[in-house]
Design a protein around this ligand. Structure first.
Ligand SMILES: Cc1cc2nc3c(=O)[nH]c(=O)nc-3n(C[C@H](O)[C@H](O)[C@H](O)COP(=O)(O)OP(=O)(O)OC[C@H]3O[C@@H](n4cnc5c(N)ncnc54)[C@H](O)[C@@H]3O)c2cc1C
Length: 588
């Protein structure tokens, strides 16, 4: 159910958005059916195969990809004319969440859907669509994405792989790609190489092409159920028609694909967190110490509530972003250029989601291990595998650092080039910061009125921080990474609190049965997020300003970011009680 008008990316940072956002509560029967299909597939076919996957039996991986293709799960993102089922991004989120509960397979699935299908669909020619997409979408062919090299991970554009055009128009590729997911058994590789060592470009490379080979499986900390190998190109012969997109335009492909990969990764993290909450709650209920279930202890309840609240916030951002992307795509889902443009438009949201989703998951699973106690540390119980499997989410698809650095950089670029009135909004807040007149407060009568006011204060703080950083450092801001990271964290907290409170307010207005618990979750999240924002902002202002200017700005910050005291213990208890009763996540 897409929202109707597509607001520009990151416009929620410039002004309060009263607009409809997509929330999980607004999903329709078709979405629920897709969700059930995916969940049943995972429960009945993926979970029983996990141990075999961990033994690196890639035939099983291939069979599962094929099965998910048959069920229409691989093709949610692409239209029927290329073999897909052409559903919206909300459906992709639901499928991603369901598959994300089993990370070993989810990684293979993510590489197939996000990293192999999307580049060919968005940037391929009609002939490339015909040749590859139906067979990758059906799971007959397995795809992989080869961007990283041993010397270029985060610095992706500095790849050393080379492509040289031959007299007959074909290409010869040389180089070695590292850490390639699905690499051990993939049939088709999206390979990035520089034409003549200069022009960053992409190619569709088949395993069967002369000169293509793969190396040994990496010995990893986790994700033993997914293949990760080097891909070696030694005078690899690639036909002329397998250039993907234009020579020198590979960065467009690489970055847009990563945008979507980040969005999907967040969906998988959300699904993994929900599964972990279910396992932790069930274990807490059954485990007895001191003559009672450990679920009766406040310390454990606090953990279950915290895990749930953070998952709720990420889930809210995720569905909101799905709705934004869907609204930008409109009825043009069959049109590759429209899809690519929509992904680019919401690149900031995708980066924020990637960081928030992966860090939320690590928090949730760390607490799951803790709730399992000694059993959390041994392999017979699920928490141990989840813990190891989750860690890489903060590393691949752009590390947490790279994504954090990207956010303010992209915001400022949009302000300069795309007309996002960010600097005007920042200037207004900076004026307010030094003014002696208290800012006007909005009504507290609306659902979650206090929390919405706090979000407004967080928005102002984010604008002030970004504006101050831009004016203090100008072009040299890129060198001030500590500042960029803090600005990014403030923006991320604001987007999360904004999404969570809007969702809870919608649920309240609609009389949804979980509305009151959602209001609890949104209130606790917003309160705690505002405290974190305050700390970040104080660090920033103290780091950027001195003397009177610093004192004035910090006084202004205290005026703007007034955080109403909230008893967060009681709402946490209510949430924990519901999680324990359900033995699972409560907002589905
Ligand atoms: C299991 C697994 C699967 C993977 N699958 C794929 C795949 O299918 N395809 C693919 O192409 N790649 C894949 N990768 C590679 C992955 O994308 C890279 O590992 C990742 O991008 C980080 O690159 P790196 O390892 O070279 O780390 P580096 O770039 O060396 O980073 C090391 C540290 O330095 C930080 N850092 C780097 N640059 C900066 C900077 N400018 N400012 C501040 N900090 C910085 C990083 O955040 C990180 O903390 C996979 C990796 C793993 C582990």
């Amino acid at each position: 159910m897409p929202v109707t008008v597509a607001p520009p990316g990151a416009s929620w940072l410039v002004a309060d958005s009263a607009a409809e956002i997509l929330t999980p509560e607004k999903l329709d029967d078709e979405h629920r059916l897709v969700g059930r299909t995916a969940a049943e597939f995972v429960e009945q076919e993926v979970v029983p195969a996990l141990d075999e996957l961990e033994r690196k039996n890639w035939d099983v991986s291939r069979t599962l990809l094929r099965r998910s293709g048959e069920l229409g799960l691989v093709g949610t993102d692409v239209p029927e004319n290329v073999g897909g089922v052409g559903l919206d991004k909300a459906a992709s989120v639901i499928v991603g969440e369901a598959i994300g509960a089993s990370p070993g397979f989810a990684t293979a699935f993510g590489a197939q859907t996000g990293l192999a299908i999307i580049p060919i669909f968005c940037f391929g020619t009609p002939a490339q669509h015909r040749q590859y997409l139906p067979r990758i979408v059906s799971g007959e062919l397995v795809g992989a994405y080869c961007l990283s090299e041993s010397g270029s991970g985060s610095d992706a554009l500095s790849v050393r792989a080379r492509a040289v055009k031959q007299a007959d128009g074909s290409w010869v590729l040389n180089g070695e790609k590292m850490w390639i997911t699905n690499g051990g058994f993939a049939d088709v590789f999206i390979v990035f190489a520089k034409v003549d060592g200069e022009h960053f470009s992409a190619f569709i490379v088949e395993r069967g092409f002369p000169g293509v080979s793969t190396g040994k499986e990496e010995h990893k900390m986790g994700l033993h159920g997914s293949s990760t190998v080097p891909v070696i190109l030694q005078d690899a012969r690639v036909p002329a028609e397998n250039l993907l997109g234009d020579v020198g335009k590979g960065h467009k492909i690489a970055f847009n694909v990563l945008n979507y990969g980040r969005f999907k990764l967040a969906a998988m993290c959300s699904g993994g967190a929900k599964a972990a909450i279910g396992e932790a709650a069930a274990y807490a209920v059954s485990r007895r110490q001191f003559g009672q279930s450990i679920a009766s202890f406040g310390a454990i309840r606090h953990k279950l509530a915290a895990m749930t609240i953070w998952t709720f916030a990420v889930e809210s951002m995720l569905h909101r972003t799905a709705g934004l992307i869907d609204s930008a795509i409109g009825d043009d889902g069959h049109e590759p250029k429209t899809v690519a443009a929509a992904l680019e438009e919401y690149a900031i949201e995708c980066s924020l989601l990637k960081v928030a989703g992966s860090e939320m998951l690590d928090f949730v699973i760390d607490e799951e291990v803790q709730i399992f106690g000694g059993n959390g540390f041994v392999r017979d119980y699920p928490a141990e595998r989840r813990y190891r499997d989750a860690r890489v989410n903060r590393i691949f698809e752009g590390t947490s650092e790279i994504n954090r650095l990207l956010v303010p950089t992209m915001l400022l670029r949009r302000a300069m080039k795309s007309g996002l009135p960010l600097m005007q909004a920042a200037k207004a807040v900076q004026d307010e910061l030094v003014s002696v007149t208290p800012p006007a407060g909005s009504s507290g009568d609306a659902p979650l009125g206090n929390e919405r006011r706090t979000v407004t204060a967080m928005r102002k703080t984010a604008l002030a921080a970004l504006g101050l950083a831009a004016t203090t450092y100008g072009d040299a801001l890129q060198q001030e990474q500590e500042v960029l990271m803090l600005v990014s964290d403030i923006v991320m907290e604001m987007f999360a609190a904004d999404s969570a409170t809007l969702r809870a307010a919608h649920a309240t207005a609609a009389g949804h049965p979980a509305a009151s618990l959602q209001a609890d979750a949104a209130a606790v999240f917003t309160h705690d997020a505002a405290l974190r924002v305050e700390t970040h902002a104080r660090t920033l202002f103290a780091g950027m300003l001195t003397g009177d200017a610093q004192r004035t700005a910090l006084a202004g910050l205290r005026r703007i970011l007034k955080i109403a005291p909230l008893n967060t213990i009681l709402p946490r208890r209510r949430i924990a009680e519901a999680v324990i009763q359900r033995k699972g996540y409560v907002f589905e």
